[in-house]
Design a binder for this molecule. Structure first.
Ligand code: PPS
Length: 568
């Protein structure tokens, strides 16, 4: 059986003295401001977590990795680690140039000697690496909608580690973790990868896995970037700390991994294994649907449940760590203890709570039994996910000028304030244009900026537990979707289409603007000389024709009640 290799792993950092000098010289270089994902990648490149990589992939290495998971020299490497940049940045950049890589505050972390510059075939990358060119896959969405269009490759010289202010004592580089294992005399160590809070079943399965492998255990959670919508890492780490106390003392440790996950299932499992090998582990737990991204746009799983285990087993020798099977543990009521699902004694009652059911209970403030999770973990989760009736949310009215958005929004605000409980803010179209967007006009570009500003303010209000009511025209579907995503990271987003027809709005012409628009005195007027893309599936559609404002506002209140956001 494999024992840990305690020798240090190569890092890409220069000595402290050279770093100071390099940093000074790098001030004159062309600079690239790294994205959050690139900072995660760079940290693991520099500290040896991505060994044997010495920098961002060159084109030849990229082609090999995409095609068959191998670098140009044949070494196994499953994930394209590329530096994606904008066209503008790439334009004047010739291979052979050194660039400074800066964090988001402008601190120089590394110098990259750019050897390659190319425009990747992203559709092919999506197909080969993630299994489908389907935007429902978070990494494919990232590839097409967030990553820059040009890739740069070349070796990296590390100047300093990215700065972290949180959980410093729990963050270890591969060499720090190796040194810890040496100090503790641990020779066989199992890593447990996770991006979710741990409950009793996880504690049971990890404990069993370590016992079966006669090894020590390290909970090695990802705190870089995980799947959008996951529980934030601050909450998770507080939960992990609580679970750590439940293991026999001195057998188990926890260390945080600043990895940006891609949710690439089988390839991701191989990658995770190699990263753990670099951190000095000998064993790695791979479960059912490891690093699965959820359903594709046809509602089917992207990968088969055991694809990750199969691919891992195939490459186990090259990965350099032994796979430990993840047993699905269930609670057996009569025995008052956990059993692997396939070893449940006959006739016994199995209890289990799915992730979806847990989220529902948290959302609705319902009981979460002690057999399922530790009280300390539940307390932490309740602190970050209070029941819906205590969370912030945003009601986003959209519709033509004069459709009645502001009037209904005002009535809604008064009704919500009458109920009390949460601070409520109205971000009305006209008011926002006066206070936040006074320099903007009505071109598509300016409207988008205006709506995104509203979205940002609403997301902050939602994050802090308030109610934001927005009432702009917001004529573009894509911009409304972007706002929805911003807000749904913190609470519910209720899109209300005020579906008054353009004929009716023009007939009312409360501000006299339609007349001016018809006369050509106002250009780009929504509904007359500029488009309005009606929402296809809003949470609510209200038609003001023939209905009074009070009734429309009441419909919104009923919707909020049915979603559990307010209690009557
Ligand atoms: S947008 O498209 O969402 O940024 O528009 P919004 O910020 O809601 O601003 C709409 C109000 O501005 C007045 N107005 C115009 N509307 C549409 N098109 C043009 N060209 C235009 N010029 C001025 C109009 O009074 C809108 O007010 P509401 O409250 O919608 O009636």
């Amino acid at each position: 059986m494999a024992l840990t290799n305690t020798a240090p792993i190569p890092e890409l950092y220069v000595s402290a003295e050279s770093a100071q000098k390099l940093k000074f010289e790098a001030g004159n270089l062309l600079s690239w401001d790294l994205t959050p994902r690139q900072i995660c990648d760079l940290e693991l490149l520099m500290n040896g977590g991505f060994n044997p990589l010495k920098g961002f992939l060159t084109e030849a290495d990229y082609d090999g990795v995409v095609e068959n998971m191998r670098l140009a020299d044949g070494t196994l490497w499953p994930m394209p680690i590329t530096l994606d940049v904008s066209e503008k940045f790439a334009e004047g950049l010739e291979p052979g140039t050194d660039i400074a890589l800066r964090d988001q505050e402008g601190v120089i972390l590394a110098i990259m000697s750019v050897s390659d510059k190319w425009v990747p075939n992203k559709a092919k990358e999506a197909e080969k690496v993630f299994g489908a060119d389907d935007l429902a896959h978070p990494a494919v969405n990232y590839l097409h909608n967030i990553a820059g269009p040009v890739y740069l490759g070349g070796p990296v010289t590390g100047i300093q580690q990215p700065v972290h202010y949180d959980f410093k004592a729990r963050r270890d580089t591969p060499n720090e973790l190796r040194a810890y294992f040496r100090k503790m005399g641990w020779r066989k160590i199992v890593a447990f990868q996770t991006r979710n809070p741990l409950h009793r079943a996880h504690q049971e399965l990890t404990f069993r896995a370590a016992r079966e492998a006669e090894a020590n255990l390290v909970i090695h959670p990802v705190v870089g970037m995980t799947k959008p919508g996951d529980v934030d890492h601050f909450t998770r780490v507080r939960c992990y700390e609580a679970v750590l106390d439940k293991y026999p003392a001195a057998t188990t440790h926890m260390s945080l991994l600043n990895l940006a996950m891609r949710m690439a299932g089988p390839r991701e499992a191989v990658w995770h294994g190699m990263i753990r090998r670099n951190h000095g582990f000998t064993h790695f737990i791979v479960g059912r649907d490891h690093a699965g991204p959820g359903k594709n746009s046809q509602g089917k799983d992207f990968y088969g449940p055991y694809d990750a285990q199969d691919l891992f087993k195939k490459h186990q020798d090259e990965i350099g760590v032994t796979m430990v099977d993840f047993k699905h543990m269930v609670y057996v009521q009569e025995k008052a203890q956990y059993y692997p699902a396939n070893e449940v004694p006959e006739g016994c009652t199995v209890l289990d709570i799915s992730g979806t059911e847990l989220r529902r209970r948290l959302r609705e403030g319902l009981e979460i039994p002690e057999w399922f999770s530790f009280p300390e973990v539940v307390r932490e989760l309740r602190r970050t996910s209070p029941p819906r009736a205590k969370q912030g949310f945003t009601v986003f009215f959209t519709g033509l000028s004069g459709s009645g958005k502001s009037t209904i929004a005002n009535a809604l605000m008064v009704k919500l304030m009458e109920m009390g409980g949460r601070p409520t803010t109205l971000l009305d179209g006209d008011v926002v244009r006066k206070h936040l967007s006074s320099e903007l006009g009505f071109s598509k570009e300016h409207r988008d900026i205006n709506i995104k500003r509203i979205g940002y303010v609403a997301s902050e209000i939602t994050k802090n537990g308030g109610i934001a009511i927005c009432a702009p025209i917001a004529p573009y579907t894509a911009t409304r979707r972007a706002v929805r995503e911003m807000i749904e990271a913190y609470g519910a987003f209720i899109e209300v289409h005020v579906a008054t027809s353009v004929e009716e709005c023009e007939k009312r012409d409360r501000k006299g603007l339609y007349k001016l628009a018809r006369e050509g005195k106002i250009k780009e007027f929504t509904g007359i000389s500029d488009p309005y893309e009606a929402p296809e599936a809003p949470e609510l559609r209200v038609d003001t024709e023939g209905l009074d404002v009070d009734y429309c506002a009441q419909q919104v209140i009923l919707k909020l009640e049915s979603m559990g956001l307010i209690k009557a």
